[in-house]
Design a protein around this ligand. Structure first.
Ligand code: AMP
Ligand code: MG
Length: 494
């Protein structure tokens, strides 16, 4: 374990040259303070957890002290936002500090979000709100706990400066740790500005850094696209399974490693509504839960367009044709695990369809439904509460489900154990986020952020002990979302 002075930064991205970025150090800030720190993210870069209380850590990651060896830069990118091309994006407020290698020889990007305006800032202030930083921090750590590939959040560092959105807000910096910061939009930038050589250089770089195992293949460009497509399909299948709605699937928010990237107005499905979007501005519901797989396809198509001259249109189309089948396979596998089933035949398909009809029609709580299901038929009391909502349709569906479970090799206890290990008891419900935000923003009390982070690190298990010394009943965190918070929407700037 090491301290923040000895992270041994390198930065391969620098070698690509100035067309790819603006070199810039973070702007100094007023009176930085720690809001929350994730020891499990620190572990990824062998950073000692005790760093959370050092002035060195806060100074270095807020921009007030130089970061030894780091060569910070703002990356150039563009992208399609809500279906339209925006030529001017780039890291307006983000800086890639560099890469850090851990003892296992894994390489992690360290990035600051909210570190001051860069030349890509387009007149914006280069800062992030404390609120949006808390939201990203909690969601990254929650998705990781759920086993979904995601960027991680090492820390939130608060700044005692007001920034202006709809109203004055406190600012903060998020310290993000990720396997890559290369977006579909990074390729689009060079493609649409007529720089084919730089598209190719970025592609070679991406392969070398993120897909080194294919570096010697003669058709590595095509395989790169294939791998990115596979990983994207898998990531979205996992989103669907856990009920995560990204909310802003613009191509600049899609990472080439199939990692959940750039959290804004995201949400977790509570009461099941297939066309729910948590993004208040998304009036067309382009990024609704039910659209995510299709939008993934659309975005991959935009990436493919940048590679046509390198790979050829036909091979790319051939890869694209695999998407639907791949997605369906991943998604069915995820759903089967959630239901404790291993035989994926037409009866299973029917059963899944029937389940979604029920969930939608009776607007059942998506996550808690699977915990009920794991108990069925062993704990009638639990199941009864669901039956009361959905009455006859649910009981007839349950008997169909029970028949499927009887075809499998598992007894009820074994099925329950498997299902409870994959269906979260705790998810990041909007009222839980709001409670953490209220305490943080109104009372400067960050303990709720910490509690949620710890709880969601392992969301599958009962964890009464975590809350004992706070005198809080952990089970209350597992209850259905209160009516006033159901299907909540957040605006992009929040
Ligand atoms: P996001 O909504 O965070 O994905 O950002 C979309 C684009 O706007 C990116 O190019 C960001 O760098 C830029 N951006 C968002 N907020 C700010 C800000 N406060 N200052 C500068 N650039 C920003
Ligand atoms: Mg973004």
């Amino acid at each position: 374990m090491r301290d923040s002075k000895n992270l041994n930064f390198s930065n391969r991205f620098i070698e690509l040259g100035p067309e790819f970025y603006q070199a810039k150090t973070p702007d100094p800030v007023t009176d930085p303070y720690l809001v929350d720190f994730s020891p499990s993210t620190a572990k990824l870069i062998d950073l000692a957890p005790e760093e959370n209380s050092t002035q060195g850590f806060i100074g270095r990651f807020s921009g007030n002290m130089p970061l030894e060896g780091a060569q910070p830069l703002a990356m150039a990118y563009s992208g399609h936002q809500f279906g339209s091309y925006n030529p001017r994006l780039g890291d307006g407020r983000g800086l890639l500090l560099g890469e850090v290698k851990n003892k296992k020889q894994e390489i992690w990007d360290i990035h600051l979000k909210g570190a001051g305006p860069t030349r890509f800032a387009r007149g914006f202030d280069g800062r992030a709100t404390l609120q949006s930083s808390i939201r990203e921090h909690l969601a990254s750590e929650a998705l990781n706990g759920l086993g979904v590939p995601t960027t991680r959040s090492l820390a939130i560092i608060g700044i005692r400066e007001l920034i202006y959105r709809q109203k004055p807000e406190m600012a903060a910096i998020l310290v993000r740790v990720a396997d890559s910061h290369i977006r579909f939009g990074s390729f689009e930038f060079f493609h649409y500005t007529g720089q084919p050589k730089n598209v190719q250089r970025l592609l070679e770089f991406s392969i070398q850094c993120h897909y080194p195992e294919i570096a010697e293949e003669s058709d590595r460009y095509r395989i790169f696209f294939q791998r990115t497509l596979q990983r994207t399909a898998k990531m979205i299948a996992k989103w669907q399974a856990v009920g995560f709605i990204h909310g802003v699937m613009n191509t600049d928010n899609m990472c080439i490693t199939g990692t959940t990237f750039d959290y804004g107005p995201y949400g977790f499905m509570d009461r099941f509504v297939a066309n729910h979007t948590p993004n208040h501005s998304d009036t067309q519901r382009r990024y609704a839960y039910s659209q995510q797989s299709e939008i993934g396809f659309w975005n991959l198509n935009k990436l493919a367009e940048t590679l046509v001259s390198l790979v050829g249109a036909e091979p790319l189309q051939e890869e694209m044709r695999q998407y639907q089948t791949l997605f369906n396979r991943f998604y069915r596998e995820e759903m089967a695990k959630k239901m404790g089933l291993a035989i994926l035949d037409s009866e299973f398909t029917q059963c899944v369809q029937g389940m979604f009809q029920l969930l939608q029609e009776h607007q059942l709580d998506y996550s808690n439904f699977f915990r009920f299901l794991a108990d069925y038929p062993g704990n009638p009391q639990m199941v009864n509460s669901a039956i009361n909502n959905a009455k006859n349709e649910l009981s007839s569906w349950l008997s169909q489900y029970l028949k499927l479970t009887q075809r499998e090799d598992l007894n009820h206890e074994e099925r329950k154990t498997q299902m409870d290990a994959i269906n979260p008891k705790y998810i990041l419900r909007s009222h839980l986020v709001q409670n953490a935000l209220d305490k943080a923003l109104k009372e400067s009390d960050f303990s709720e952020i910490e509690r949620l982070r710890i709880l969601l690190e392992n969301p599958f298990q009962d964890q009464p002990e975590i809350f004992e010394h706070y005198g809080i009943d952990a089970d209350s965190y597992a209850q259905d979302t209160p009516d006033s918070f159901l299907c909540q929407q957040t605006s992009c700037s929040a």
